[in-house]
Design a protein around this ligand. Structure first.
Ligand SMILES: C[S@@+](CC[C@H](N)C(=O)[O-])C[C@H]1O[C@@H](n2cnc3c(N)ncnc32)[C@H](O)[C@@H]1O
Length: 226
């Protein structure tokens, strides 16, 4: 597998982006007001949820991570902080972090905050093509180690939800993991239960983590292994 050229000059493996500054939070809220069904949250997730999302992952054994719906980058920041030094291609390593964000203004904030990653302004429904274009071909086995998702799953149509979940499962290698989160209040929505049925159909094991109280609203993490 040939890695794509670096998207940014070599940078140390530090995470310098500001943590939810007033301007990024204001931009997030503005985009939520414009498209509540797409953005699906009034504010970015907390750092506590970011830590829970990647708990137990050893990225030194990984070479490709895909993120769905990074928003202003809470989970991106958590992943970057957990990577070994010089892991990314943009830092001279062999690791790829590809984030797919649908909302244009939010994608631009993410791109500016994290120049060291590969940011795609696209829909996660296109993840198979995006990975193929990036040299992470889907040959029936998948070349991605982790898919980390910040999408608000209950808000989507069943068809779109299924397309994106099938895409995540297709790009993962056997044994690869799909991590995402849910809100307890979200379980009042029918789509949350369709989501659970679909991940149980597509993944070998599905674990639901403990409540993360340090998030508003409280959330939990799904850990789904292919
Ligand atoms: C609930 S917000 C979470 C943002 C961030 N991950 C966090 O936890 O703070 C969902 C994000 O997914 C993006 N999004 C929605 N639909 C998408 C799609 N089909 N493909 C990629 N991103 C999408 C939204 O624009 C938004 O930035």
């Amino acid at each position: 597998m040939k890695p794509s050229p670096p998207t940014a000059p070599s940078a140390p493996n530090t995470v310098e982006a500001p943590r939810g500054t007033v301007s990024t939070r204001a931009a997030f809220l503005r985009e939520f007001i414009k498209a509540p069904g797409v953005v699906a949250a009034v504010a970015p997730s907390s750092a506590a949820l970011g830590r829970a999302m990647i708990a137990g992952i050893d990225f030194s054994k990984a070479s490709a991570v895909v993120e769905f719906g990074p928003g202003t980058g809470t989970f991106t920041r958590a992943v970057l902080g957990a990577l070994p030094p010089k892991w990314l291609v943009s830092q001279g390593g062999r690791g790829r972090l590809i984030a797919i964000e649908y909302n244009g203004p939010i994608a631009e904030i993410c791109r500016q905050n994290f120049p060291q990653i590969t940011l795609k302004h696209d829909t996660a429904a296109n993840v198979i093509k995006i990975c193929a274009d990036e040299g992470l071909g889907v040959d029936g086995r998948g070349g991605v180690d982790y898919v980390v998702s910040g999408l608000g799953w209950p808000s989507f149509s069943d068809e779109l939800r299924t397309t994106m979940l099938e895409g995540a499962a297709a790009v993962l290698r056997p044994g690869g993991e799909f991590r995402t989160f849910g809100y307890h209040v979200g379980l009042l929505m029918r789509g949350a239960w369709h989501f659970r049925r679909e991940v149980r159909r597509l993944f070998k094991t599905v674990e639901i983590g403990r409540v993360v109280w340090g998030n508003l609203p409280p959330a939990f993490v799904y850990r789904c292994v292919k």
